[in-house]
Design a protein around this ligand. Structure first.
Ligand code: GLY
Ligand code: MN
Ligand code: MN
Length: 430
């Protein structure tokens, strides 16, 4: 791992909060992710299950966490199962968590090797009535592969058909959406790395550069700052490529007079940052580009002010739609008749701003959070309005990550990343 060690008190608290919501005589099991194959002996780089990481800090594959608050023996209330290692295995397979290191990382005192799981699990299941399974109920989840968690659930249901089952996911959705100060600090570090990348490319961009050269500059800065790399597939979209919302080819030349939409964020310690900026290739916006840019920026600033405890996500989006409608009227992109005749299910502004304004962010870029429950302090949301004008050859999106505060204005984790059009021009021309 490239990141600095995380204070294990975070994981101790997270488990305590989870266990406080479990039913009597129940246990919960969490599995790591698989390492996904490519072909021959090639694999994708490992990415830990965010739930297992949240509850333990373990960042290696073939790992399991078992929580059983009512276990007869105290030592079995929290157990980690890990791949066996020793000095000999370490020479061949590289460094893995020893039992001592695992306890230091996670705060879990009882660590067994994975080969002991079946026997201990059977014994503990005889003391339990209910098992919590960890399914993925994220509103955007779209998973076609069978995960390690899926295989565990299938096997356990067959082996223990008389137990009742419960869902871990709703508990985790609520817990993970509200960030601990330790997590906010890590997320600030991710945003700071993104800032370094952005400042680097403000110095780098000039007419003629390729989109992938810009991507490479970000990657250089991210890796040099202990990030594993991009938190999500980066978008570096010049000209009208910016109007393709999921443009990830990043293979075109950036030309004089065009804008480049950058939707790029560093990960740090498995936490995401998610930034969008739109900059002029030449270092100078045209008058029209700047007018549209400033409209997007005003919507972003006004939307951010609405991120306070109690706000409902759906109502918030309706209010942002009204702000955007008013800006599009001001720009002459919509006229009054468009708005008067609009379909309430697909308002006129959606032709130019067709995606959501905000999502939860944290261990996942599109993080957990129950969208129909009121916003709470210490939840972190993106704010990312945009206006896309393919006929004019450009699209603009601006995106920051902000923390909801108990009192007062939200705290912008990207407050130091240049966003005002004049400041962008000044830095690009210095
Ligand atoms: N970069 C993904 C998003 O903005 O939601
Ligand atoms: Mn983004
Ligand atoms: Mn986003």
């Amino acid at each position: 791992m490239k990141y600095h060690p995380i204070d294990s008190n975070l994981f101790i608290k997270n488990r305590k909060n989870f266990m406080a919501q479990m039913k009597p005589k129940s246990l919960a099991v969490f599995n790591s992710n698989d390492i996904y194959p490519i072909g021959a002996d090639s694999t994708m780089p490992f990415q830990q299950s965010r739930d297992l990481f949240y509850l333990s800090g373990v960042d290696q594959d073939k790992s399991m966490l078992l929580l059983f608050p009512d276990a007869v023996e105290e030592k079995h209330r929290e157990i980690l199962f890990l791949t066996e290692t020793n000095d000999h295995i370490a020479v061949w397979e590289g460094e893995k968590l020893t039992k001592e290191k695992a306890t230091e990382t996670t705060g879990v005192k009882t660590v067994y090797w994975l080969k002991e799981f079946d026997k201990i699990f059977f014994e503990l299941m005889t003391q339990a009535d209910t098992i919590y399974f960890n399914t993925n109920e994220h509103y955007r989840a779209n998973v076609e592969t069978e995960t390690r968690e899926d295989r565990f659930i299938k096997k356990t249901k067959a082996q223990f058909p008389a137990h009742s089952w419960a869902k871990s996911n709703p508990i985790l959705q609520r817990l993970r959406s509200v960030k601990d100060p330790i997590e906010l600090d890590i997320m600030q570090q991710a945003c700071n790395i993104t800032e370094k990348g952005f400042r680097r490319i403000l110095d780098f961009v000039k007419p003629g550069v390729m989109e992938y050269e810009i991507e490479a500059e970000f990657m250089h800065e991210f890796l040099s700052n202990r990030s594993r790399g991009f938190a999500y597939t980066p978008i570096v979209a010049s000209g009208k490529n910016a109007c393709v919302l999921h443009y990830i080819e990043n293979n075109q030349q950036c030309k004089d007079g065009e804008l480049i939409l950058l939707d790029v964020g560093a990960e740090y310690a498995n936490y995401s940052s998610d930034m969008s900026r739109t900059i002029p290739v030449s270092g100078k916006f045209t008058k029209r580009q700047k007018e549209v840019y400033n409209a997007v920026n005003r919507v972003k600033n006004d939307a951010t002010k609405m991120l306070v405890p109690g706000t409902l996500w759906k109502e918030y989006h309706e209010e942002v739609g009204k702000l955007m409608t008013s800006e599009l009227l001001g720009l002459g992109i919509l006229d009054k008749a468009d708005v008067k005749n609009e379909d309430p299910d697909w308002p006129a502004y959606k032709k130019y701003f067709m995606h959501g304004t905000s999502h939860h962010i944290g261990l996942d870029t599109h993080d957990y959070g129950i969208l129909w429950e009121p916003m709470q302090a210490n939840q972190v949301f993106t704010v990312e309005p945009g206006i896309y004008l393919p006929d004019e050859g450009f699209g603009i999106r601006l995106e920051d990550d902000v923390v909801i505060k108990e009192n007062g204005e939200p705290h912008n984790l990207m407050r130091n990343i240049p966003i005002e059009a004049d400041e962008i021009e000044e830095i690009m021309n210095k």
